[in-house]
Design a protein. Structure first.
Lengths: 321, 290, 245
């Protein structure tokens, strides 16, 4: 094993241990809450990335599936169902919706997939806003028993699962087919990939995880308006995170989420207005100037670093690109 | 019955604006093969131009159409040079996808800038003539809305003549038909792209000024106008001014009818459902060319 | 039809119309097992449309396509690939942001008798890259290849699907004479392994060197058929259709 591999292995293990033990290591609710949000956003971003990054289908209605997960889980849980069952039901509802929405919308060409999914999310947001205008608040008895640690571990679990799904897409036959469809649908079909089936499966997988993340949010949040969970921000934030981190990569969403929340914290942008401005501009810059996101930038750095080491310190001639 | 009739008349009057909002979007889409999903935000800016001109200088919004169009033309040109022009040489698919992504970012940025500058308050223009109505039998026709409809119709007619007979208009049509052919026959395609984007934005500016005469303007109205414009484009077809206008009126009437039948909270949904319905029947859109 | 050969592909009275234009007009031809058949004709005579109909990228308006005795007239392209039809494109198409190796690997994971394991597919894909001579570039993104390399990559990708019939759309277009010779040699080797080939080609030298049989199209109809020698000797009217662009 090369020393650098060993080093990064040890680093990864330490980092992993720190993440797992965080609730034990610190009692600081602010830190734990922040870490929870990193996991939540990373997981939601990754769920968007499965479809948008690996399969290349820009879904502008991701909020719909997140919102369904939130709504179903919250309703059942507050109604007395155990959280595990409620969460599964929320996940199931989002997955089913994914298949129902995906089957017709994935046949759409050009921009209509993006616009069609956006329309679906708007329909749901308006309907939920009309049907459930009241704020959803945890009852007093739940509030008394509320601790962050289980929420944190649940988010960690979901984050692990969805990252595993992304990793599976990079290494399995199915994943190779999905990427081929993204690159050129006609060519993929010509070598035997059933493009529509692949896209539909990934759509289902993506909305399944979006719903699961929504369920975690429902378990975590003290009080919110149901329509808020269907708002376009739940599409926009994951999109920004994915593009910042690196679209279509396994680690991009996690890196992007850490950056997103660090920056948000540093600029204390929770107020919302500046948040959109800063991230909107960053998003445009990344789409135009850095299509691979941070992951690609890091790879580039590593490549030029390796080249620099090979040519030797102090070598005068510029290495060829 | 007269309530329904009143609703339908309102719908038809609003629908003219839908048509106008859609034309700018479809012009840009047809020529540049880019979808500017920030079109609704440009319209919103146009509304603010009219609002401020009225508030500060008492200029009637129907007059503000001109400065609003000019201002938005400039905004469009800047946005194009700064952002969208970078996509010109990408493949068709990438161009479309990235234009949607960039437009998405732009819409959020514009929304937020306006929010910070002028707060989230709903602004409306109340001119002396604002309340005037024209009674027709059992129903009334608000004059401001009728005027907006007339201006929308005239703008579309003017645009049609411009594209048909003006030098630049013909160059725009040639580019929409066949970019390479246009290049080869000496059309300055990059300039045409720039002008088209500016023109599309100016049309949003006109629509925005007209909207301000009858409806409230706030930073968040953009998305719903973009969606309406898209619905109309899908219903009416690209490059047909008259078809777009009719589709706009149709959407307005359909919304009013469903508002009347299902309750006002659901009127927006009708258009979206209609949109999804049309798309699922014709996945490539009603206006796709073979 | 040479009697000794079992027809692998049978096309019968195939028709396709584009907005009033009959691109393919009741076309009938066959390709035997292990045979190399050339489709010739001027531009716009319906050759590429025929290819797209056989590969499944277009649906015919009339007629029938059978492959190994099975009717595939309206089946999806991916099913046809499973049955053993692979193709290249007139304007070379690849998965641009994947490496050369990954481009071929996908074909091995899908297509006819596909393998389940990406690891095994990788080994076999490398071997195919060796066959077409771009193995040293296996780690390069496909978008960075030269035209000649792209064409070879396309063939490797098609072969990765283990086709019984390979459709090649202008495989020699844009190649230097040396590259054309190499391509001809490669196609002979492919056929020697039992794969039938149908090709659209304007390069007369390549057609003469390769094809067992030639079908000449004009305005979507077949106007001549036979060995290359017979067809090229055919009246001057045919010669007119063999325009070299």
């Amino acid at each position: 094993m090369r020393p650098s591999t060993l080093l990064s292995g040890v680093g990864l293990a330490c980092g992993g241990a720190a993440v797992v033990l965080l609730p034990v290591l610190t009692a600081n609710q602010a830190i734990l809450s922040w870490a929870f949000l990193v996991l939540l956003y990373a997981a939601l971003a990754q769920s968007w990335n499965l479809l948008g990054g690996f399969a290349g289908q820009v879904n502008l209605g991701h909020a719909a599936f997140f919102g369904l997960g939130v709504l179903v889980t919250r309703t059942l849980w507050l109604g007395g169902t155990p959280i595990a069952v409620a969460l599964l039901a929320g996940t199931g509802a989002a997955t089913a919706a994914g298949v129902i929405v995906g089957a017709p919308s994935l046949r759409l060409r050009g921009p209509y997939f993006a616009i069609g999914t956006l329309a679906v999310a708007e329909i749901l947001r308006i309907t939920v806003g009309n049907a459930l205008p009241d704020v959803s608040t945890l009852p007093a008895r739940s509030l008394a028993a509320y601790t962050l640690a289980p929420r944190y571990y649940l988010a960690l679990l979901v984050m692990g699962l969805v990252t595993g799904a992304a990793w599976w897409l990079t290494s399995s036959r199915f994943g190779h087919g999905v990427v081929a469809v993204r690159e050129d649908e006609a060519v993929a079909e010509a070598i035997g990939v059933d493009a529509f089936r692949h896209k539909l499966w990934v759509f289902a997988l993506s909305s399944c995880f979006a719903g699961m993340v929504g369920g975690v949010f429902a378990y975590y949040h003290l009080s919110f308006y149901p329509a808020l969970a269907f708002g376009p921000l739940w599409t926009f934030d994951p999109l920004v995170i994915v593009y910042l981190g690196g679209v279509g990569t396994v680690w991009g969403p996690l890196i992007g989420a850490v950056f997103f929340l660090v920056l948000q914290e540093a600029l204390s942008l929770q107020v919302g207005e500046l948040h959109l401005l800063v991230f909107g501009v960053l998003f445009i810059v990344v789409v135009i100037a850095l299509p691979g996101g941070f992951v690609e930038a890091l790879r580039g750095l590593r490549r030029s670093g390796a080249r620099w080491l090979r040519t030797g310190v102090g070598a005068r001639s510029q290495p060829p690109p | 019955m007269s309530i329904l009739a009143q609703n339908l008349i309102f719908g038809a009057l609003v629908g003219g604006l839908y048509g106008l909002a859609a034309v700018g979007l479809s012009l840009v889409f047809g020529v540049l093969k880019m979808l500017n999903v920030a079109h609704g935000e440009l319209l919103m800016l146009g509304g603010y131009v009219a609002f401020w001109l009225f508030t500060l200088f008492r200029i009637d919004p129907f007059v503000s159409i001109v400065p609003s169009a000019l201002a938005l033309f400039l905004v469009g040109v800047v946005l194009y040079r700064l952002l969208f022009a970078r996509l010109v040489f990408a493949s068709d698919e990438t161009k479309l996808k990235n234009s949607i992504l960039i437009g998405f970012g732009v819409s959020l940025v514009l929304q937020t800038l306006v929010l910070i500058a002028w707060t989230a308050d709903e602004r409306s223009v109340t001119t002396a003539a604002a309340g005037a109505v024209l009674p027709v039998g059992d129903v009334v026709v608000p004059l401001a809305r009728l005027g907006a409809l007339a201006v929308a119709f005239l703008t579309l007619g003017g645009l049609h003549l411009f594209l048909q007979y003006a030098r630049l208009g013909r160059a725009i049509r040639a580019t929409a038909d066949d970019v390479e052919g246009a290049y080869l026959s000496g059309v300055p395609v990059p300039a045409v792209f720039l002008m088209t984007f500016g023109l599309g934005s100016a049309l949003a500016g006109i629509a925005g000024a007209l909207v301000s005469t009858t409806d409230a303007v706030s930073p968040s109205i953009g998305l719903s106008w973009t969606l309406k414009a898209l619905i109309v484009v899908v219903l009416g077809g690209v490059g047909h001014m008259f078809g777009t206008f009719v589709a706009g009126v149709f959407l307005g009437v359909a919304e009013s009818a469903s508002g009347f039948l299902l309750g006002n909270a659901y009127r927006e949904i009708m258009g979206l459902v209609l949109f999804l319905l049309v798309l699922s029947l014709r996945p490539q859109g009603l206006f796709a060319r073979e | 039809m040479p009697g000794s050969r079992i027809p692998l592909l049978e096309v019968e009275a195939l028709s396709k119309t584009f907005g009033g234009l009959r691109a393919v007009d009741r076309l009938t031809f066959a390709v035997g097992e292990g045979e190399i058949v050339g489709l010739l004709g001027p531009n716009g005579s319906g050759k590429t449309t025929t290819f797209n109909l056989v590969a499944g990228a277009l649906r015919p308006d009339g007629g029938e396509i059978r492959f190994a005795g099975r009717r595939i007239t309206r089946s999806a392209p991916s099913l046809r690939a499973h049955l053993g039809i692979a193709r290249t494109f007139q304007l070379v198409r690849m998965f641009p942001n994947l490496t050369v190796l990954e481009n071929v690997l996908v074909g091995r994971l899908y297509g006819r008798d596909r393998v389940a394991s990406p690891v095994q597919a990788r080994t076999e894909a490398l071997a195919l890259l060796g066959l077409v001579g771009v193995e040293q570039k296996h780690d390069v993104l496909a978008v960075n290849l030269t035209l000649g390399e792209r064409k070879r990559l396309e063939i490797a990708r098609a072969l990765a699907a283990r086709p019984r019939l390979l459709l090649l759309d202008e495989p020699a277009a844009g190649l230097t004479p040396r590259e054309v010779d190499a391509a001809v040699a490669l196609f002979r080797r492919i056929r020697a392994q039992g794969t039938a080939i149908a090709l659209v080609e304007h390069n007369v030298r390549a057609v003469r060197a390769l094809c067992d049989r030639v079908v000449v199209l004009h305005a979507g109809k077949q106007i001549a058929q036979g060995t290359p020698a017979e067809v090229f000797a055919h009246a001057a009217v045919v010669q007119a259709y063999l325009g070299r662009r």
